[in-house]
Design a protein around this ligand. Structure first.
Ligand code: UDX
Length: 450
């Protein structure tokens, strides 16, 4: 199995990470990318986004010839034992999933697939999509088996998440095809620690459990997993609003309930809400799928509207602490990526808050350790792009923390008191210790930490 050849369609966060990791597990991997700028970046040994450890794996894979970047289906697919579809699934304006790339990739691949080549779907798709791709293959007389193998990696830890994981899900009817793909990951597991070392990342083994289910269940597992995490966050944010009014601290509340193993502490951090390329679209996609099947997923609608209220809720707190208006106030927004350790600004609450503040007349300076360039396209004109915390917070009336980068959490509060003009810290991530902020002579406002 280790001499298998693999094609990965799409080199986004999912595709490039999977390609890079498998190219160090004894496989030859074609990474197919139609966008010339992205393809050129990969050919130079780097990704077009920031992800710890990934560039090291990409450049080493190129050097040893096991990672082959190309824009050609004709070059890659006829030589491959398995094709992983990792193309993007953005959302339509109505919130449903846009499957244009999924079907375009399948249609193009169909021209070159051999009957024994497995077509594995890693992209997040609504339940029912796999059947439609299978029908497309049947219509084109393509005999290749189709399976669902959804991915659960998180940005910021995607290399380690690919090397070691709680579970992999395999869904489909052709058990030989499922076994063929499982063998790839089972073999990759034997190389995981060495690959982590090459990437310069700390390795800690997990259960690497494989779960085999039906095609439809596999598709639904992926969206349901993301949705329940989104639901947890929105639940924590609802309780945060109550804690603000009732005089409780939501961090203490979540620590208290999270200690119950039936509940768990993960994804109960209240703050400015969730963003990114997955949760917002997976929640709206699930709602849309429900409607397709005449199932009203009210619970997810609630999660969505609570989430959409959170950046505004944080801005309102700031506004009232500054006497009711931010007009003419100098405000630093720290954190433009949708979370720490990535340069991804898709649906970023930090970008949304910076834009809302600027629109309300504030003089905004924004800083992110990695996402400044990407955020530049989305920020309102007039928002200053700072190059450091010091630069961003100079002479400001208030600082808003929108992403919990370690750099922000570790920054000296004493230095902050020296560069800021005012004293207000609005912690949209609840990532600072209120007592430390107060001790430094600053005013702390969190989310649900009255
Ligand atoms: C998510 C899933 O975690 C991953 O399994 C799936 O494959 C893709 O979607 P990702 O979007 O990369 O991963 O980031 P994640 O760490 O889940 O965070 C998503 C958003 O939720 C971020 O904006 C984050 O700041 C926010 N979040 C997370 C909270 O607001 N509170 C929390 O407790 C956790």
């Amino acid at each position: 199995m280790s001499n298998s050849t693999i094609t990965i369609l799409g080199t986004g966060y999912l595709g490039l990470t999977t390609a890079a990791v498998l190219s160090h597990a004894g496989f030859t991997v074609y990474a197919v990318e139609p966008n010339p700028d992205r393809l050129n970046a990969i050919k130079q040994g780097r990704s077009f986004f920031y992800e710890a450890g990934l560039d090291a794996l990409v450049s080493a894979g190129l050097k040893n010839g096991t990672l082959i970047p190309t824009d050609s289906y004709a070059e890659s697919i006829p030589n491959s034992d398995v094709v992983f579809s990792c193309v993007g699934t953005p959302d339509n304006p109505d919130g449903s999933s846009n499957l244009t790339y999924i079907f375009a990739a399948a249609e193009e691949a169909a021209k070159y697939l051999k009957p024994e080549t497995v077509y594995a779907q890693k992209s997040t798709v609504p339940v029912g999509t796999g059947r439609k791709v299978m029908q497309l293959f049947t219509d084109k007389s393509v005999a290749s088996p189709y399976i669902s193998n959804p991915e659960f990696l998180s940005e910021g830890s995607s290399v380690l998440d690919t090397l070691t994981y709680d579970r992999l899900i395999f869904g489909g009817e052709n058990q030989d095809a499922i076994q063929k793909v499982r063998d790839i990951f089972t073999h990759a597991e034997t190389q995981a620690e060495a690959t982590a070392t090459l990437a310069g990342l700390p390795f800690k083994a997990k259960s690497n459990h494989h779960i085999i289910v039906s095609l439809e269940s596999a598709e639904l597992i992926k969206v349901t997993a993301n949705s329940i995490l989104a639901l947890k966050i929105s639940y924590a944010n609802s309780i945060a609003k109550l804690a603000d009014k009732a005089g409780a601290d939501v961090v203490e509340v979540m620590d208290g309930i999270g200690a119950d193993q039936r509940i768990g502490r993960a994804f109960l951090n209240a703050g400015r809400g969730y963003g990114g390329g997955c949760f917002p679209k997976d929640v709206s996609g699930l709602i849309a799928t429900g409607l397709d099947y005449s199932v009203d997923l009210e619970i997810m609608q609630a999660a969505q509207s609570i989430n959409e209220s959170m950046p505004g809720y944080v801005v309102e707190k700031l506004q009232s602490a500054l006497g009711g208006s931010v007009q003419g106030k100098k405000i630093a927004v720290l954190g433009l990526a949708f979370k720490a350790n990535t340069s991804d600004t898709r649906r970023s609450p930090g970008v949304a808050m910076a834009n809302t503040l600027a629109k309300a007349g504030a003089i905004v300076s924004a800083y992110d350790p990695q996402a400044g360039e990407e955020a530049g396209k989305e920020l309102r004109p007039g928002i200053a792009s700072a190059t450091s915390i010091k630069d961003a917070t100079k002479d400001t009336d208030a600082v808003v923390i929108a992403t919990d980068w370690a750099e922000f959490k570790e920054y000296s509060l004493k230095n902050l008191t020296q560069t800021m003009k005012g004293k207000l810290i609005v912690d949209g991530m609840n990532c600072l210790e209120p007592a430390n902020v107060k001790e430094a002579g600053l005013t702390y406002i969190g989310v649900g930490r009255s």
